[in-house]
Design a protein around this ligand. Structure first.
Ligand code: TNX
Length: 509
């Protein structure tokens, strides 16, 4: 049986006759111009464990090695081709992002110990650093492949967020949505409203307070950019706002500040949607957020506003979306925002209802498309990573039709949930993790992995054979076919020290 195993599954992978490529002390990484940064990143991955010098950019060095080439053409900027054989490995892409994704595939073609930290100098000897001879062509099904991390319910450090960025980049996810505010905490410095972090940032569900300064946020944005990940900041409005309401009395209906909140109920808070102070607050927060965010998106929440009338809610989100759009960004909102038919044109909806939409979820989602926008799919019963596993309720919750198995997280199609939502209107897929029950990255990783691997494959890989709309020559993927690739990948998680739940569903190695 072939030992070649890649997640997410590439569009096509063909084994070639002939010897593998062997990385050795004389190998070089050939990469120039824009490709050089990806070459440096690759060298940073390969040098520690192999002990090889791996000079980058040295086209003049006549050494076999890994060649990273940008060939701008009409191909998908996120795609790449990878050709390996005894003379070397060549990755070709239309952009540096495509090369980066090719490098993530190449990592998985090396023996798993390539990912392990060095325990001692003698570790570098003895491994045959061979890459099998293959021809891979690959490109993503969806342009937006995301993960959401709730840094509001509990506090996460800059180092934690960087670690999660590295983990998701491995899976070719290219957006990290940070849920920066909620009832239990406000986690981002806003200069014009300093009490948001002084008071609103002082609490969390399980631990103490904390927030990201603007310098912290800039550091996260830059680190993410180096891994071709775009940060999508979310300030949740008009509900999920108790941290702000406790910080500023004038945002409240009735003008009295609330107490800080450490519980895990949802839906009880709202800003006063008609107060002049509320609109100064929205204007200022959006302006500062847009100034510090180079990416194209601002997420303005809109979920579970359960105390406002439908009319007040619709009026609020319409105006908020226009404030967001006026900042030059494209606004994203949870699907409830689609209750308004007066959103800024092009506003993107994020669907969080179930595989079978309940109540008005489908209609609210289609409303974004009618208003010129597209949709990100995060169905809670399969892509919410905080829902219990069938054999572990140590962390997480189970409201979303839980528990959720790895097989369930793998067995759905983004284009088959909302009737009438065409594949072209699906911008992408996002796996969210809400952290009410989680303290630190160890807890997050245990809940996210391995299910996030399943969701990443849904976001990247072509619709499998048998799925409506799949290409006639689509691969025959199934949970049975995915499972051994997932357990093989887990050896890399072991080497990287990324925690995951060894659910009884899978035959772990
Ligand atoms: C719902 S689904 C939420 C979050 C909670 C989660 C779990 C959605 C958009 N919002 O605020 O964290 O349930 O309690």
């Amino acid at each position: 049986m072939s030992s070649i195993s890649v997640v997410p599954a590439p569009v096509s992978l063909t084994e070639r006759a002939g010897d593998p490529f062997r990385l050795d002390a004389a190998s070089a990484i050939h990469a120039r111009g824009e490709a050089a940064a990806v070459g440096d990143y690759l060298a940073g991955l390969l040098r520690p464990r192999t002990g090889f010098a791996l000079p980058v950019g040295s086209d003049e060095v006549d050494a076999a090695g890994i060649r990273l080439t940008i060939e701008p053409d009409s191909a998908d900027p996120d795609g790449y081709t990878l050709l390996s054989g005894p003379d070397g490995v060549t990755i070709t892409a239309a952009s540096a992002a495509g090369l980066f994704h090719g490098v993530q595939t190449l990592r998985q073609l090396f023996p798993a110990p390539i990912e392990a930290p060095l325990a001692g100098d003698t570790d570098v000897v003895g491994v045959d650093w061979a890459v099998p001879a293959v021809h891979i062509t690959d490109a993503p099904r969806f342009a937006y492949r995301g993960a959401m991390l709730d840094v509001a319910r509990n506090v996460f450090s800059v180092a934690d967020v960087k670690r999660y960025i590295d983990a998701i980049a491995l899976l070719k996810l290219n957006h990290l949505h940070l849920h920066l505010s909620d009832d239990q905490g406000w986690r981002l410095q806003i200069d014009s409203w300093p009490r948001l972090t002084e008071i609103g940032g002082s609490t969390s569900v399980l631990g103490g307070g904390g927030f990201f300064t603007k310098a912290d946020y800039a550091e996260i944005v830059e680190y993410a950019a180096g891994r071709f990940v775009t940060i999508v900041p979310e300030i949740d409005l008009p509900g999920h706002t108790n941290a702000a309401l406790a910080s500023y009395a004038e945002l409240n209906i009735g003008g009295v500040a609330t107490s800080t909140y450490r519980g895990i109920e949802v839906g009880m808070s709202t800003v006063d949607t008609t107060a002049e102070a509320t609109w100064r607050f929205v204007d200022d927060v959006v302006r500062e957020l847009a100034e510090m965010t180079p990416g194209p998106y601002l997420h303005l929440g809109g979920d579970e506003s359960l105390t406002l009338s439908a009319e007040d809610f619709a009026r609020f989100v319409a105006r908020a979306s226009r404030v967001g759009a006026a900042s030059g960004k494209t606004v994203i909102g949870w699907h409830e925002m689609g209750q308004s038919g007066d959103l800024a044109p092009g506003t993107i909806g994020q669907y969080w209802d179930y595989l079978v939409p309940r109540a008005d979820a489908a209609a609210h989602t289609l409303s974004f498309v009618e208003q010129g926008g597209s949709v990100i799919l995060s169905p809670a019963d399969v892509s919410y990573l905080d829902i219990h596993y069938p054999d572990s309720d140590r962390l997480g919750q189970d409201w979303a039709d839980g528990p959720t198995s790895v097989e369930q997280a793998y067995s759905w199609d983004p284009a088959a949930i909302v009737p009438g939502l065409a594949e072209e209107a699906v911008l992408g897929v996002e796996a969210a993790i809400w952290t009410e029950t989680m303290l630190g990255m160890g807890d997050v990783e245990f809940m996210a992995f391995p299910r996030i691997v399943a969701v990443a494959e849904i976001a990247w890989s072509p619709a499998p054979f048998g799925t409506p709309g799949a290409a006639p020559d689509a691969a025959e993927r199934s949970f049975a076919e995915f499972s051994p690739r997932l357990t093989a990948f887990a050896e890399r998680l072991d080497a990287l020290g990324i925690r995951y739940h060894r659910t009884a569903e899978l035959a772990w190695r």
